[in-house]
Design a protein around this ligand. Structure first.
Ligand code: 3HC
Length: 697
């Protein structure tokens, strides 16, 4: 039996003496084995064809090559490798022009850098985002990009993974020309340069390396400047090493060194976790039971009710995305204050160079303040961000229901309340959902989209599309107290309390999570948020936290009063351990008759994280989250869980669910806390030797 011959994703056509090679490998023209093989074959044929004067290398579909095929990582490489294809271009005797639209990323940009010329349309973007996958540009990127842009700009691009636009690429010499289109104009360009010799190759020019060669301290200074944001990640340091090699070694040796470091990173557990996160994020965008062709309504105008910290941040998201937004408050003073904070925020961003002053002005101008609820009438979506109180919210939704258009969406930014109950206060529960933003709402990328029992498919689909427009990462969750993120966080918080009483200090607790990779520990975080915030929530629930409530009663409200779990020097956010807190904790423990002991770091970590995993198992079993990987996304983008460890579910699978189950059982027995009892799903998966993410993570 013969297998059907699948057509090659690489073909070529002719336009006189110019050959146009087209890569057509949807969705993003990734450089899988067939593309590499097709390129090698096609380029060899064109090199041998005397009637071809020059070659244009372009892509079909929505983008130029967006990189190596990530799904091939971890499998044996099928030749030819990308570096071989690029070397083949370097040996050609006729010019090859990369014609770029969409995004030239990773191996895609490296392929283009191996060509003699690069042209692009004005909307094209360029980047080496490998660092986000825990790897480095492994097909010459670390050696060629510094030769094109200079060492520091190249390091900036490679260690952040950020993209640059065509204008910047042209100014830096990354591309030779911006073209109106890639059909005729790219062919014309190829014809224009067809006879020019010698053929320019990036590896042949070292000029832009001169400054860093003369001043080796430059790279070390750069390394220091990114130390904080790259803590725990392996790739940024390896990228810096490769650039040092570019300065110190001949090109071929630099390439070999880059290859070696690439292989080391691609096999690392950090990269495996980051690649998992990449696909988990895309998976989260696909909502079970919501067909991908569900109609999405355009959001042309928004309204936000409540100009406090949350409401203001939410309004900024709309304004940043170019959507006019009406910000509604009840009192003139509160509105004024809210608008003033937003303006100051924009001005600060402009000052830091994040946006231009004109852009800051234009964004602010999209926000209109109002004192009348009736001004929400024209909005396609109204987001409520008022005080977290059911009666208040129901009243507001009842009023909004009578004001806004029949097809408008009503969204509540509650972090805990029952969205179904809020929806029932309207005549249109199918057009109501929760959009839970994380503070600061204009910065944090996570958006929990709370699907009510009645929420209509088009409302959900519209909210997902809106989230992407606002540059958020949306995760759909079901209705329950605290949804996914805060519900798990509460489990951690109650362990913070009991660990303190049992003998750990706030500094030890925080250190355990800092060492794990969180940007901040729970005690410093509580000080930042305000000890009064948790106190108010507990008052509402009628519960008491022995330590935190004593801090509150002592007037230690956190950073804002210069003292909370830690003390703070004026104008400095660095937490300093405070003996006064040790005394408060000791008194609280004595009052409860607890004998304090020293608690090892690994026990602290297990106590803080296992109960969260257990809660996640309940969340999964109840269907509050549709899949385990969605929970991981919530923790990456909402709470700073270190992506190089995978999220809580991925991490738990790697620890082994039986270890977690046994640990929880021990805690349950020792602490007589029924909430720590292993969840049925966890116990079942552990018994079957499986993980949350499948048989083997
Ligand atoms: N390999 C395999 N699949 C990829 C891929 C890649 N490099 N890039 C994207 N995909 C897949 C996605 O998983 C998704 O699949 P799905 O539809 O089945 O979920 C599909 O392509 C579309 O992706 P998005 O949903 O992300 O589409 P967007 O239009 O929102 O974004 C993009 C497009 C900007 C290209 C984005 O997909 C992206 O950033 N891709 C990754 C780019 C990257 O990291 N490149 C470097 C790869 S490593 C490398 O090149 C190593 C080299 O140095 C040797």
């Amino acid at each position: 039996m013969t297998s059907p011959v699948t057509p090659s994703p690489v073909t070529s056509r002719r336009s006189g003496d110019i050959a146009v090679v087209i890569i057509d490998n949807p969705p993003v023209n990734a450089l899988g084995h067939k593309v590499r093989a097709g390129l090698a074959t096609e380029l060899a044929a064109l090199e041998a064809d005397a009637t071809v004067a020059a070659v244009v290398l372009a892509c079909a579909g929505r983008t130029f090559v967006a990189g190596a095929d990530i799904t091939e990582f971890g499998k044996p490489l099928e030749p030819p490798g990308l570096h071989e294809v690029i070397a083949q271009i370097g040996r050609m005797t006729k010019p090859v022009v990369a014609a770029i639209h969409g995004t030239a990323l990773g191996g895609g940009l490296e392929l283009a850098l191996g060509c003699h010329y690069r042209v692009a349309v004005a909307t094209a973007q360029f980047g080496l985002p490998e660092v986000k996958l825990g790897i480095l540009p492994g097909a010459g990127g670390t050696q060629r990009l510094p030769r094109v842009l200079g060492v520091i700009p190249a390091l900036e691009i490679m260690t952040t993974g950020d993209f640059i636009g065509a204008d910047k690429a042209l100014a830096g010499g990354l591309i030779q020309r911006i073209l109106p289109d890639l059909d005729q104009a790219a062919v014309d360009f190829a014809r224009e340069i067809a006879a020019a010799r010698p053929l320019p190759l990036i590896e042949a020019s070292d000029g832009k390396l001169a400054e860093a060669r003369a001043n080796p301290g430059l790279i070390d200074e750069f390394a220091r400047s990114i130390a904080r944001r790259s803590r725990g990640f392996r790739a940024p340091g390896a990228i810096i090493d490769c650039v040092k090699a570019a300065l110190a070694k001949p090109f071929a040796d630099g390439l070999a060194y880059e290859r070696e470091r690439f292989m080391e990173l691609v096999q690392s557990p950090e990269s495996a976790a980051q690649r998992y996160a990449f696909f988990a994020e895309r998976e989260a965008g696909k909502v079970p039971g919501l067909p991908s062709d569900t109609p999405v309504r355009p959001i042309r105008r928004a309204a936000v009710i409540g100009a406090g910290t949350m409401g203001g941040g939410i309004a900024m998201n709309f304004a940043n995305a170019g959507i006019p937004v009406t910000l509604i408050e009840t009192g003139a003073e509160a509105l004024e204050r809210g608008l003033k904070t937003i303006r100051a925020n924009y001005e600060a961003t402009a000052k830091r160079g994040g946006i231009t002053p004109a852009d800051a002005e234009a964004r602010f101008a999209r926000i209109t303040g109002s004192l009348k609820l009736e001004d929400a009438a024209e909005a396609d979506i109204v987001t409520e961000a008022v005080f977290e109180e059911m009666g208040l919210k129901k009243d507001l939704f009842g009023k909004l229901d009578r004001i806004v258009r029949a097809d408008a969406i009503l969204a509540t930014n509650t972090s805990t309340l029952d969205v179904n109950e809020i929806a029932a206060a309207t005549s249109r529960p199918e057009r109501v959902l929760g959009t839970h933003y994380f503070s600061p709402a204009n910065v944090m990328k996570l958006l929990e989209i709370v699907r009510g029992t009645a929420t209509a498919p088009d409302v959900l689909a519209t909210a997902m599309a809106m989230a992407r427009k606002l540059k958020k990462v949306p995760v759909v969750v079901g209705v329950c107290y605290g949804f996914v993120g805060n519900r798990m966080l509460h489990r951690r918080a109650s362990q913070v309390e009991s660990l303190l009483l049992e003998g750990a200090s706030p500094a030890e607790l925080d250190q355990a999570l800092l060492d794990f990779g969180f940007p901040m520990g729970p005690c410093a975080m509580a000080d930042l948020a305000g000890i009064d915030v948790g106190w108010r929530i507990r008052q509402g629930l009628g519960i008491r936290d022995e330590v935190s409530d004593r801090l509150y009663e002592a007037g230690r409200l956190g950073q804002k009063t210069g003292a909370g779990f830690f003390r703070y020097e004026p104008g400095n956010r660095a937490p300093i351990p405070d003996p006064a807190v040790d005394a408060i904790i000791a008194a609280a423990a004595a009052a409860k008759g607890i004998d304090r002991r020293s608690i090892p770091q690994d026990e602290i970590l297990a106590r803080l994280l296992y109960p969260m995993v257990n809660e996640a198992a309940h969340i999964l079993e109840e269907g509050i989250a549709s899949r385990a990987s969605d929970i991981d996304i919530v923790w990456f983008y909402g709470y700073g869980w270190p992506v190089y460890r995978g999220g809580p579910m991925y991490w738990a699978d790697h620890i082994g669910l039986e270890t977690i189950r046994a640990g929880l059982q021990k805690m349950t027995d020792r602490l007589s806390d029924a909430r720590l009892k292993p969840a049925p799903l966890l116990a079942r998966l552990a018994a079957e030797g499986r993980g949350f993410l499948g048989p083997k993570a």
